[in-house]
Design a protein around this ligand. Structure first.
Ligand SMILES: CC(=O)SCCNC(=O)CCNC(=O)[C@H](O)C(C)(C)COP(=O)(O)OP(=O)(O)OC[C@H]1O[C@@H](n2cnc3c(N)ncnc32)[C@H](O)[C@@H]1OP(=O)(O)O
Ligand SMILES: O=C([O-])CC(=O)C(=O)O
Length: 459
């Protein structure tokens, strides 16, 4: 099936992505309506004071169609684990051993169905057709000061793309609620289509000569993104396909997904909503951890070179304790929900074992993996001493000469757009309401426990 995705043309019998979604909406709306009628007033969770103060960990209070996280197993995208996606989603070459195409994942996230090669080819073409930036965006990116963080640049650039928002235009023209899904679809696809050029412009202007590499209509989304960034290695194209796929979604409660969903619930358009999500992703406890991990590893190397010692289990342990004793976290380890090694870490490790087994930084990451769970367990604070996705991504990028680690979270942001915008589509198609949980003051809590010393009884 080599080249099938590139050359696949739409046959008359094949519905487009938008037509497929339009056909799904009535049944989905009916399903949720019935769910509310049958079970709407029943209790599915309770909230302790610890959860109220502690970032709402594990409180079930939002719906998310596109993925679900299990603390031990990790993420499932529309019910599929990462190895299952790698087995079932179309690849660029047609070789099943290669990495899935994010265009196929987008079809899956939106529709819940594994796409055919033909459907994936349609998405590749649709994204390419939508990719032209509004004229003012490129000069804006070129005007950013070099020292501005790439995530700040990305968030501003996404806001600047908003001048083209179909949702905003339709809303201002009085569009009915029943049509919101359509405008959200248009904005979300346009936004996903335009992110690679925006990200590549930020990268080329901040670190290089400001000139984008040439795209090729025969290539897919990820390979063309790499070309614009200035990378031409087919093996790096494979990594980019995997990278975007695994970073796309992590159920609804993570900070970038939740922020996008929250902002979108006010009927802000997808550009405003995604920018909010990207701002959350830019925090070091969330997506920025991938930049921090690489920084930590490079510091480790530098420190022990200066001390005349090799990087090995013993010096990694020493450096980890220095980090912990200075009151900092070990980036790339721990997780708000996961309690085992993140399967996104494992699949990146598998990629490294296949493509770069002898890479020096990969060997260091392997040794850190041997040492760190023990150190963090001895430290005794973190509930999860195992690595998360951010622990591995940087060393893979470094291997392909993508050394500017301050930029890594931008790549995460491009991937995350696939998941959060797919959900935003369903938020509007299902008419989900304004999000507005209840907060309480410390005085309210004190008063509450005066009258309910044991709290409320469990149902
Ligand atoms: C894509 C992603 O967002 S994946 C996460 C990326 N972030 C990182 O890798 C940063 C490092 N990790 C962390 O800071 C945390 O593990 C988080 C933010 C991811 C999760 O935070 P929480 O859910 O609060 O974790 P947990 O309940 O285990 O925290 C308990 C304590 O252990 C500490 N802890 C958690 N992870 C670590 C770590 N990697 N290093 C040191 N201490 C840690 C917490 O800071 C907290 O300390 P405190 O009681 O003094 O406040
Ligand atoms: O789930 C979380 O809280 C953080 C995370 O790993 C992600 O968003 O990818």
């Amino acid at each position: 099936m080599r080249g099938g995705v590139r050359r696949g043309a739409r046959t008359l019998a094949t519905k487009s992505l938008k037509e497929t979604l339009a056909a799904q909406i009535p049944a989905k709306q009916a399903m949720w309506k019935k769910m509310k009628q049958d079970h709407g007033s029943k209790i599915i969770d309770t909230v302790t004071l610890d959860q109220c103060i502690g970032g709402a960990r594990s409180v079930k209070c939002m719906v998310w169609e596109t993925s679900l996280l299990d603390a031990n197993e990790g993420i499932r995208f529309r019910g599929y684990t990462i190895p299952e996606l790698q087995e079932k989603l179309p690849t660029f070459s047609g070789n099943a051993a290669d990495e899935p195409l994010p265009e196929g994942l987008l079809w899956l996230l939106l529709t819940g169905e594994i796409p055919t090669y033909e459907q994936v080819a349609m998405v590749t073409k649709e994204l390419a057709d939508r990719s032209k930036l509004p004229a003012h965006v490129e000069p804006l990116i070129r005007s950013f000061p070099k020292e501005m963080h790439p995530m700040t640049q990305l968030s501003i650039a996404v806001l600047a793309l908003q001048t083209d928002s179909r949702f905003q235009q339709a809303y201002a023209a009085g569009a009915p609620k029943s049509s919101y899904w359509e405008h959200t679809y248009e904005d979300s696809l346009n936004l996903i289509a335009r992110l690679p050029e925006v990200a590549a412009l930020i990268y080329r202007c901040k670190y290089h000569d400001g000139v984008l590499g040439k795209t090729d209509p025969k290539l897919d989304y990820s390979a063309n993104f790499n070309r614009m960034l200035g990378h031409v290695s087919p093996s790096f194209d494979e990594l980019m396909r995997l990278y975007i796929t695994i970073h796309s979604d992590h159920e609804g409660g993570n900070a970038s997904a939740h922020a996008t969903h929250l902002v979108g619930s006010t009927l802000s358009d997808p550009y405003l909503a995604l920018s909010g999500g990207l701002n959350a992703l830019a925090g070091p406890l969330h997506g920025l951890a991938n930049q921090e991990v690489l920084g930590w590893i490079l510091d480790l190397q530098k420190t022990f070179k200066a001390r005349g010692k090799p990087v090995n289990e013993s010096t990694i342990r020493e450096f980890a304790w220095e980090t912990l004793n200075s009151g900092q976290v070990i980036p790339g380890y721990g997780h708000a929900v996961l309690r085992k090694t993140d399967p996104r870490y494992t699949c990146q490790r598998d990629f490294a074992l296949k493509h770069l087994p002898n890479d020096e930084l990969f060997q260091i990451v392997e040794t850190i993996y041997q040492v760190m769970p023990g150190v963090l367990t001895e430290h005794g604070k973190t509930k999860n001493p195992y690595p998360n996705v951010d622990s591995h991504s940087g060393v893979l990028l470094q291997h392909y000469g993508f050394t500017e680690h301050e930029f890594y979270t931008v790549l995460f942001g491009v991937g995350r757009a696939f998941g959060v915008l797919s959900q935003l589509f369903w938020d509007r198609a299902l008419g989900l309401p304004l999000e507005r949980p209840k907060s309480v003051t410390p005085e309210w809590i004190v008063e509450f426990f005066k009258t309910h010393p044991d709290g409320l009884a469990k149902p």
